[in-house]
Design a protein around this ligand. Sequence first.
Ligand SMILES: [Ca+2]
Ligand SMILES: [Ca+2]
Length: 532
Amino acid sequence: MKKIISLILIVLAGFTIMSCNSTSNEFIIKEKTLKSAKIDDAYRVYYEIFVGAFSDSDADGMGDLQGIVNRFDYLNDGLDDSGKSLGIEGIWLMPIMPSPSYHKYDVTNYMEIDSKYGSLEDFESLTELANSRNVNIIIDLVLNHTSNQHPWFKAAKQAIIDNDLDNKYIGYYTLVKADQKESGKKYYPFAGDYYYEGNFSSSMPELNLDNEDLRAEIIEIVSFWYEKGVSGFRLDAAKYPYLYEEEKNIEFWKWFVSECKKIKPDTYIVGEVWSGDSLIAPYYEPFSNFDFGMSGIDGAITQTAKQFDDVNNYVDYLNRYRNMIETVNPNAILTPFISNHDMDRAAGYLSLTDYEMQMAANLYLLTYGNPFIYYGEEIGMKGSRSTEMTDANRRLAMLWGDGDTVTDPIGTTYNPENQTNGTVASQLLEESSLYNHYKKLLMIRKANPEIARGKYTALDFAGYNTFGGFLTTYNDVTLGIFHNTGSTELTIKLSDFTDFEFLTVRAFAGSGIAELNGDNLVIAPFTSVILK
Ligand SMILES: [Ca+2]
Ligand SMILES: [Ca+2]
């Protein structure tokens, strides 16, 4: 008898139970996927955090690691169905190592925490908490260059001044004499008759990654952070180690990844190759890469969400992109995002009231791969470089609205009156808020593992500009993912476009509802639907 009851419970648990609040069109999904179903754990929704602007634990105005610990329930409370947590599954921490700059992309010590952010103990508390909730932490690793304040750089300079030319630190940097300068690269006077390469800035001297002693240091550095509980790394400036020498870059990164995998075989590594799609593609051989072609104001996600482009083109684009990267590496994982710390924030050009922001979220969060949410995107925070051309405006203090003492970074000129989309505190209370939309998308994603992991088949909805989507199949389950990016309700006779027969609506998200009447899908404007 006990066996039969538990069997019934398991069968029930396999179904989605939905409750509908008819006044708000808001569906709440209470989903228990079968525990026995084996889900590939590599597929996760990540959240990018600029630590100094996220949450301040000690009222000095500077965001810190303990602030993230304090806010962890907001990110992931460890309960699948509490409905009180965003539900992210991974965190990318922007640089946490000691650095003289506010952004910390110029490191002075690769095996320490910047004291403004806390201590190594704080970091271990954070990774321990994260790992207990099955949230991966990856950290920014800046290997192309150090700070010009790094002891290695100072030692190299002193060695040249002292004519100690056998000093090992000289070999750590890309030093040249005047007649060895290469065109297209930037150099600055060093010591003696040497110049150092610094393509980003004079304060960021470039490392010589051919150097064996330096490579040994790199192995020590990654071992150190794995030991502190990280799951992997976000590789800054991944096309810069050997500027303009793509093959040498990829060789270097293959070496790097192989060393990382010796320590942590299931490590997750994602690279920043800010280039066109075809230039990014070869970098999928060593690791996954941010898909810059989808991001930014001109990117495929925004263009589609604003209806400047046909949603069928977006579907095509994703399809081609995935084929392209999987040709390079069958294990490649797509990494879509709307914006990051180097870009104007999306809510500045995507309207919430016109559902552009919500549709953009649907387009990239209801698709294959590992999407990255930039902190504050989920509440429609704004921030742009504007005429002052300051990146600090893109990295403003998180708008908690509950008295968090975190302040904007140095150099900020952004007018706070432009922040018209509310705070975390206000959006938690508002059922139709962007925050609740994001939370719902992540719940849908978690409840339907086929979205992140499936094999996709692009469908061609010829004759429609604002309707399109995919079939996705994973572990023998097939779902349909469809988007109506337009401002009118549509009725789509699905059997005209696919032989697959859908039986139920699993979930929808957007301005309204979606219903299945036989093989007719009725879908509200600015709404996406998951069918089974
Ligand atoms: Ca602080
Ligand atoms: Ca370089």
